[in-house]
Write a protein that binds this ligand. Structure first.
Ligand SMILES: Nc1ncnc2c1ncn2[C@@H]1O[C@H](COP(=O)(O)OP(=O)(O)OP(=O)(O)O)[C@@H](O)[C@H]1O
Length: 345
């Protein structure tokens, strides 16, 4: 990737990110050479099963990997508007974390301050990041709650987080995140704990704010179904690596990695009506204490060839921006029948 050429287009470029945790059991290699970019104003989804390194990647971008247990390996780069944030000094981190990027976690109750009324929590952000006066910030806090769909916001600003339902608390988190007016928003499983109807409402709010404010979004989820309407591009993660990435259309209709095939077959598709059999992926992901030398998916892959257990596959480029790391795409690999995901009625 030519970083200079893309500096104006890409708000974020992650290159060869490697993150480990040092535990009593040994070194957990949580993220093992992840590279991706995020264009200004776009929404990118990072999708994969639990434990594949999605949250650790998000934490690295937010500067939340703490030593001595957590270590970002030398050679990793996270460039925000062209500058490697891993080389930031204290003040640069403060500006970046305070005003440039925000994160929405799955567990809103843990992320909110239980001792402070929600209106005050939003207003404080507005006072710090938008230099508003107290009264103006209090008025704007009401407006922000209204914008994220909280009824009777004038009353609700006076309440504490425990007085809100799960879905309403998630809306408060979104309001707080947007109060900083971020250019980059990371949503880490923002709807996982919520029921399906509320999930849809929360995703709509994020999508609406993203489009109106031209915020660049990274949406992290284990559920491919969640990203279909929100993400323009998708990166599929497995065992600390990105195994496939491309436009949402490429990933849903023309996926090239057997893990993506398995993921898609585990998500219900409305356009296939009753023609689809849902599958779960047999087996478990590899232990990140001792990741395999070959393709990490080889132990669960029904297309596995002997070479897959011996060496990591190279990345193959397909259509523009669509890549997958799988030996099946080597020009000399035996031809196999790939599943057809074009679907439709
Ligand atoms: N503080 C930590 N100490 C030790 N290991 C950790 C720590 N945080 C994460 N890990 C390990 O790093 C790996 C990746 O974890 P991560 O939380 O990024 O997964 P994930 O894909 O976000 O899954 P989930 O959705 O379940 O959080 C896992 O094996 C996890 O056990």
């Amino acid at each position: 990737m030519d970083s200079k050429m893309n500096e104006n287009k890409h708000i974020l470029e992650v290159e060869d990110l490697r993150v480990s945790y040092h535990t009593y059991a040994g070194e957990v290699k949580s993220v093992r050479g992840v590279s991706f970019y995020l264009e200004k104003g776009e929404a990118l989804a990072i999708v994969g099963e639990s434990g594949c390194g999605k949250s650790v990647t998000a934490k690295a971008i937010m500067g939340l990997i703490k030593g001595p247990q957590g270590e970002i390996k030398a050679g990793s780069e996270i460039r925000y508007n062209g500058n490697n944030i891993l080389k930031y000094n204290k003040n640069q981190w403060k500006d970046y974390k305070g005003g440039e990027c925000a994160i929405i976690f799955q567990d809103a109750l843990a992320a909110l301050n239980p001792t402070m009324r929600v209106g005050k929590q939003i207003a404080e952000n507005l006072m710090v990041h938008k230099q508003m006066k107290k009264q103006e910030a209090a008025r704007e806090a009401v407006e922000m709650l209204r914008r994220v769909g909280i009824p009777e916001p004038e009353k609700r600003v006076e309440q504490y987080p425990h007085e809100f339902s799960g879905g309403m608390r998630q809306r408060v988190m979104i309001a707080i995140a947007f109060a900083c007016d971020p250019n980059l928003l990371i949503c880490d499983e923002p709807t996982t704990a919520l029921d399906v109807t509320i999930q849809g409402q929360i995703l709509d709010i994020i999508k609406d704010l993203q489009e109106k404010r031209k915020v660049s979004v990274i949406m992290i989820t284990h559920d491919l179904g969640v990203v279909a309407n929100i993400a323009q591009r998708i990166a599929v993660m497995y065992s600390g690596m990105i195994v496939e990435s491309g436009s949402a259309k490429d990933i849903f209709y023309n996926p090239r990695h057997p893990y993506t095939w398995a993921l898609i077959q585990s998500v219900p598709r409305l356009d296939l009506e009753n023609k689809q059999t849902l599958m779960s992926i047999p087996g478990t992901p590899p232990d990140l204490l001792e990741p395999p030398v070959g393709c990490p998916f080889s132990t669960r892959c029904s297309y596995c060839m002997p070479v897959c257990r011996e060496a990591m596959p190279e990345t193959t480029d397909f259509r523009e921006g669509h890549q997958a790391a799988c030996w099946l795409h080597h020009p000399m690999a035996p031809k196999v029948d790939m599943p057809d995901f074009r679907g439709g009625k």
